[in-house]
Design a protein around this ligand. Structure first.
Ligand code: SIN
Length: 481
């Protein structure tokens, strides 16, 4: 593919200590559009990790002492530069991981939204005074940055997962080392370029791409000077990192896998429920942690819902993510495609029916797929598919729907569709999930808490909860003379 003609900003060096550095090794970044090479990118290892840790520690003192207003000003400029470059960043994302370009522009705004929000929140890191039982004492609780932080981000949101972690850390006064996903390092490197242009000090935000993240991550996780680990990715890797981080007792936040249920009750506005379930299921070709993986519809409206849903899914335009009209791009890699194929094959072999799709297309594309006659025990009801496949199931009573929705080790996002206010509260409160969309298929936003329970993770990103993850509380007891 001729990337020069696409006007996308391609940076291939790591950003360490304010300098753009090569590494002894490099790795190839390919586009999922046709598998062709986009760039050879520096592949960082233990030496680069040690250099980044030293730079993050050296920069920490100056950054934490900068006033909240000074930190906010840098973040604000970073936000403005992201908006200025919305179009090229979106093309870059579409190219490196296949998100349709129109949707990618939405992600750039979403990503910039975290930076804007935390630029403002930096000024609201308030403390407290506590009444003392002694007349001569004053008790204070102040909040201070935890220290240099290390973040590992996934490929499915190459910009927004970076800013959802880095912006609150930087606002709090932490320095931040980022290891972006090996499938999509180019967006992260471009964000580092914009950070530099925004006047971000050297060593405060660093980006270390790596093909094999383990040796680099081990150095940073074992380094006691790095005080915080934040990770978005699979539950398996999250568990491993959690164990490793216990060695230095780091603060840890983990945003892990999901298996989101979408409940449609018979009193729902079906037209809107269909529209929003399509958005929820098929955005990013089904490759988000909060995409629904199982749609439960009350028996009396199942046929009508299923018919409308399949018609709407059938109208989605599958194609080259760089085309403006495309709604579903390719899956990110062969492994992702194989998993989707395996889930569909398993369901069909055990008696499910595909009323739409069910097959891969040329390259890494998979047709939007709707499955009926889905039953417990099928892989698709137990594992995260991360693809454009929607299994539809029936339920009879509200309590059955809640029980089926909660019957999973995951607890990230759930959705319910009803016009009954009492039911909306009852079911939202009964769902064992960190996020519940009531008549809302896309609830994520910068100012609200995002995160899961059970095997979906620890901690929250977004809103004032997101900055708390990067702050320690210090108690100051002051005795007057
Ligand atoms: C994710 O897939 O983890 C992020 C989804 C979102 O922010 O909506």
């Amino acid at each position: 593919m001729n990337t020069a003609a696409l006007d996308v900003p391609i940076l291939t060096r790591a950003f360490i200590g304010g300098e753009w550095r090569t590494a002894p090794r490099a790795f190839t970044v390919r586009t999922p559009i046709d598998g062709s090479t986009i760039a050879e990118v520096a592949s960082c290892g233990p030496d680069e990790a040690r250099a980044a840790a030293d730079a993050a520690v050296a920069a920490f003192d100056g950054w934490r002492r900068a006033t909240a207003y000074e930190r906010a000003a840098v973040l604000r400029r970073w936000f403005e530069l992201m908006l200025r470059d919305e179009a090229p960043i979106a093309r870059l994302m579409a190219l490196e991981m296949g998100k349709p370009v129109a949707e990618s522009r939405g992600e750039v705004r979403y990503a910039a939204g975290f930076v804007e929000w935390y630029a403002e929140e930096a000024k609201r890191v308030y403390g407290e005074t506590i009444p003392s039982q002694f007349a001569h004492k004053r008790l204070l609780a102040i909040r201070q940055p935890v220290g240099p932080a290390f973040g590992i981000t996934p490929w499915n949101f190459p910009a927004a997962m970076v800013t959802r972690k880095a912006a609150p850390a930087l606002a709090a006064g932490c320095t931040f080392i980022l290891k972006p996903a090996e499938q999509s390092p180019l967006t992260a490197l471009y964000l580092a370029k914009l950070w530099e242009q925004a006047g971000g000090p050297a060593g405060v935000f660093q980006v270390l791409p790596a093909l094999d993240p383990a040796p680099l991550a081990r150095v940073l996780i074992d380094d006691p000077r790095i005080r915080k680990l934040t990770f978005t990715g699979s539950t398996e890797v999250g568990r491993l990192l959690y164990g490793q981080a216990s060695g230095t007792l780091k603060r840890v936040s983990l945003e892990l896998g999901g298996h989101a249920p979408f409940l449609v009750f018979d009193d729902a506005d079906l037209e809107r429920a269909v529209r929003e379930s399509i958005a929820c299921k098929f955005r990013n070709a089904g490759q988000t942690c909060v995409c629904t993986n199982r749609i439960y519809v009350q028996q009396s409206v199942l046929d009508e819902f299923a018919g409308r849903f399949a018609r709407a899914a059938g109208e989605l335009r599958v194609g080259n993510p760089l085309d403006e009209a495309t709604q579903i791009g390719p899956l990110v890699d062969e492994q992702g495609l194989r998993k989707v194929e395996a889930h569909v094959a398993d369901a069909l072999a055990r008696g499910a029916t595909a009323t739409l799709g069910g097959r891969p297309r040329d390259g890494r594309y998979f047709e939007p797929t709707v499955l009926l006659d889905v039953r417990p025990g099928m892989r698709i009801l137990e594992e995260e598919t991360f693809g454009p496949v929607a299994p539809l199931l029936a339920f009879r009573r509200e309590e059955d729907a809640v029980a089926m929705a909660n019957d999973t080790p995951y607890g990230l996002a759930a959705y319910l569709w009803t016009r009954d206010l009492g039911r909306a509260f009852r079911v939202a409160e009964a769902l064992e999930y960190g996020i519940v969309g009531v008549n809302d298929g896309v609830p994520s936003t910068a100012q609200a808490p995002f995160g899961g329970v059970k095997r979906s993770g620890l901690g929250r990103e977004g809103g004032h909860w997101g900055i708390d993850e990067y702050l320690d509380v210090k108690y100051v007891s002051l005795a007057l003379p």
